[in-house]
Design a protein around this ligand. Sequence first.
Ligand SMILES: [Zn+2]
Length: 197
Amino acid sequence: MSYEDFVEHARRHPGVLSERQRAELAAGQKPDALFIGCSDSRVIPSQITGAEPGRLFELRTAGNVVPEYAPDSASAEMATIEYAVLQLGVPDIIVCGHSHCGAVTALTVAGRGLEGLPALCCWLGTDGATAAEVRDPAVRAESKRHVRDQLRTLHEYPFVRDRVAAGELRLHGWFYEIDTGRVHVCPQAAEDDFLPL
Ligand SMILES: [Zn+2]
């Protein structure tokens, strides 16, 4: 596909939804979950979950990274999370990592293309020189560990922590395996491996 194909599809897009559906969406949104996923073109939240328009509020970042809570130097990502939780009142947040993740690979393996990408290095919190022995080119174990790290960071957001404690919000860690299409879920216990969904 090319840009021109995208234009062709966009011209046909008004017919994808009925007039009634478009009117309902125009009236407002009340999404069922905030989905925090990687910007990777192979990880499509609505395709994985089957969510119709209006059901998922999405935050997609390089490496599905959740930045540390720092309201004095707020980022677009922090603002998006704040809006989803405090304004829209989503009852669930899914942090979804994935196999074959370029960002996790760059975080884990030395010399994996971060040279000349200072903003990405800064975002991932690495100097690009980290070296580790990684046997799995799909970085499955590393990506799952990375999801746990993001969940921990997310839980440190005061309004997230408060709502979780009040039973009004649930956090979920997912791992999407690109080569099998399967989703695995992060268990409560830190020592347990992810389980098939
Ligand atoms: Zn990724």
